[in-house]
Write a new protein. Structure first.
Length: 314
């Protein structure tokens, strides 16, 4: 990295530090508590885990970013966007179209895993199968689960890099407000490993389309390959999954699919009646990335027009 680029990155880091509401550093007691939770639940330590929220998934050449870890008891799943297994073009966002997604059972490569996962649930597949007619659901229910191979369970930690958490799922009884702070972690392969740009800080601009879709602006915006990234609120509660890049009416904003509604739809399927989100082992804190990530170290790795953010054939 050139001296100029390093200086620019350092300036950016300092600027973010000045506007960050809280900058937290875990204390020893919190680290000890996190270690205890990891041991009790069989999770890998956060520092050595290779599968965690934000790792890349690749479905038949479509590269995406995972969101959260889920379990139904015997199985562990990692979330991604439903369109990560799409068969059409990036502008085709209606998940109720027959054949819009590859079938459930499709192998999915997970970065950090020794064996492929399996596409176990896809909202597009289920909506097509159910004959769904609600156009808000058809266009914005964008959620999928990849079952992690049992051989890789010991490599998993459910904690979001940089931020910690998630602390749970935000309930529909507490809708996300306009201009409410939101946070995310994107990991597009197009960033070439520059993890300083992975943590995202922003605002929810509008909630629309029956509550299924949240328009957000983040620094930095989601780009191709960030699809599926998880979004949390200021309390670390999971509320969304990165779905689209919007061109109108809010240019370069991102469309975030509502996770509580997506899970509500999922619970119609008896095979996932016991599914729940796994909270992170570390507390949620609004924190900035390590300065070391600037220098090659750092964290792990109206009328509406939009396109999905799957990085095709990455």
């Amino acid at each position: 990295m050139s001296s100029l680029l390093r200086l620019s990155a350092l300036t950016l880091f300092i600027s973010l530090a000045l506007i960050s509401a809280t900058l937290g550093v875990p204390i020893d007691s919190e680290l000890q508590a996190a270690t205890l939770v990891e041991r009790q639940n069989g999770f890998a330590p956060r520092d050595t885990a290779t599968i965690f929220p934000g790792v890349n998934t690749n479905t038949a050449g479509g590269s995406c970013t995972s969101n959260f870890i889920f379990t139904d008891g015997p199985n562990l799943y990692i979330g991604q966007a439903a369109h990560c297994s799409s068969t059409g073009q990036a502008t085709e966002t209606n998940g109720c179209t027959p054949g819009a997604s590859l079938p459930e059972g499709t192998p999915v490569n997970i970065t950090g895993a020794t064996r492929p996962g399996v596409l176990a649930y896809n909202s597009w597949v289920r909506m097509s199968r159910n004959g769904e007619t609600d156009q808000n659901a058809c266009n914005f229910n964008d959620f999928a689960l990849v079952r992690i191979d049992p051989a890789d369970k010991g490599r998993v930690n459910p904690t979001i890099p940089t931020f910690g958490g998630p602390t749970g799922v935000r309930q529909r009884t507490s809708p996300l407000g306009n201009n409410e702070p939101i946070y995310s972690y994107g990991n597009s392969v197009l960033r070439q490993g520059l993890t300083f740009l992975s943590p995202k800080y922003g605002l929810n601009v509008a909630t629309q389309n029956g509550g299924w879709d949240h328009n957000t602006y983040t620094f930095t915006p989601g780009i191709p390959g960030d699809s599926g990234s998880g979004f949390v609120d200021s309390q670390g509660r999971a509320y969304g999954v990165l779905s689209t890049l919007q061109f109108a009416p809010r240019p370069l904003s991102n469309g975030v699919a509502d996770l509580p509604l997506a899970l509500q739809y999922l619970y119609r399927s008896p095979d996932f009646a016991n599914l729940r989100l796994v909270p992170g082992t570390a507390p949620f804190r609004v924190a900035l990335p390590s300065l070391g990530s600037l220098f090659g170290g750092g964290a792990k790795a109206a009328s509406q027009r939009s396109v999905t953010l799957k990085d095709l054939k990455a």
